[in-house]
Design a protein around this ligand. Structure first.
Ligand SMILES: Cc1cc2nc3c(=O)[nH]c(=O)nc-3n(C[C@H](O)[C@H](O)[C@H](O)COP(=O)(O)OP(=O)(O)OC[C@H]3O[C@@H](n4cnc5c(N)ncnc54)[C@H](O)[C@@H]3O)c2cc1C
Ligand code: FES
Length: 296
């Protein structure tokens, strides 16, 4: 069992957790993730380690509730426990001094890009962050990015904040500047990462994407996260999660992500039907635990 020390919503359906995990906090590097289970019979989901605090022995996770397991996780509060947590998994992002770098992120991908952008800045890069979201309320981690980035550009699909449009609009403008970036990182939904790859390809700029394939074991054994990069089969959990964007077969990953949609939808429908009972049960469990602690 792994204890949740803090939990707060930072946007609609997006929750930030501080989790007690001293061993992971000690080893974690930017780009790595954990695989967790909310409860004993729950599925295993990969979540990026956004930050770690060595003194407190904690890691920060930011979770967007999009399906059954992530919505179930977002019901948890400080004092609750995750059933298990494995990590750090995946390869750390190679951090070099490229000069001018651009970190493009969309949705919850901004939380995943944050530790990498911070590490790029720490070794002397000029870092421009482009943060994309559907609407103003879904822009996350902007203040954290502004704390160290040289430039932060926000783009919302509906124009409610920052530039109206998708992240490739400001990216295109940057690519047309006299001084070109030497490195671009993209983290977010697959169509966004594919669009960034196509945008930088004609300029020949090194571009990496953090792939979000479906994962099960996270050890290279199950094959669930299989992808094709440069014509070769890779396993995102052990060979990635970052890959050369210009070599990734995005369409194959998109196809594989859809293979369980019917089950995912059924599972979500059942969860939503019983949402209030499950939330009430979580609340009761908290009260029972508090009573037991008072008795001790
Ligand atoms: C290395 C890695 C790091 C990740 N880091 C984070 C993070 O920091 N925060 C966060 O909120 N999410 C992160 N994700 C995505 C997260 O793991 C999925 O959102 C989660 O597994 C979905 O589970 P679910 O049961 O809630 O939804 P499901 O019912 O399984 O899926 C709901 C919908 O999301 C799609 N989906 C399923 N799995 C993924 C996936 N891996 N990526 C994208 N879409 C998916 C499905 O096709 C379906 O349309 C990460 C994924 C990977 C591979
Ligand atoms: S998650 Fe099983 S091989 Fe990568």
């Amino acid at each position: 069992m792994t204890k949740i020390l803090k939990a707060e919503f930072i946007a609609s359906d997006i929750k930030k957790f501080e989790i007690e995990a001293p061993l992971i906090a000690r080893k974690q590097k930017p780009g790595q993730f954990v695989i967790l289970r909310v409860w004993e019979k729950g599925e295993r989901i990969p979540v990026t380690i956004v930050n770690s605090n060595l003194q407190q022995g904690t890691i920060t996770l930011i979770v967007q509730g999009i399906g059954k397991t992530t919505k179930q996780m977002n019901l948890l509060e400080a004092g609750d426990e995750l059933h298990d947590l494995v990590g750090p998994l995946g390869n750390p992002t190679p951090i070099h001094n490229y000069g001018l770098t651009v970190c493009v992120s969309g949705g919850v991908g901004t939380a995943e890009a944050l530790p990498i952008a911070r590490a790029l800045k720490a070794v002397g890069n000029t870092v421009v962050a482009i943060i994309g979201a559907r609407t103003r309320e879904l822009v996350i981690c902007e203040a954290e990015m502004r704390a160290f980035c040289d430039e932060v550009i926000v783009a919302t699909d509906d124009g409610s904040y920052g530039i109206r449009g998708v992240v490739t609009v400001p990216l295109h403008e940057i690519l047309e500047r006299a001084v070109k970036p030497n490195f671009v990182l993209a983290v977010g939904p697959l169509p966004m990462m594919k669009a960034v790859a196509e945008e930088t390809r004609p300029y020949g700029i090194k571009t990496m994407v953090s792939l979000n394939s479906i994962m099960i074991d996270g050890t290279g054994m199950c094959g669930g996260c299989r992808a094709t990069v440069g014509g070769e089969t890779v396993f995102v959990c052990v060979d990635g999660p970052e890959f050369d964007a210009h070599q990734v077969n995005f369409d194959e990953i998109a196809h594989r992500q859809k293979q369980f949609v019917a089950y995912e939808q059924e599972s979500l429908q059942i969860f939503q039907k019983h949402y209030h009972e499950i939330a009430e049960q979580c609340h009761l469990n908290r009260q029972i635990k508090a009573l037991e602690q008072n008795r001790e």
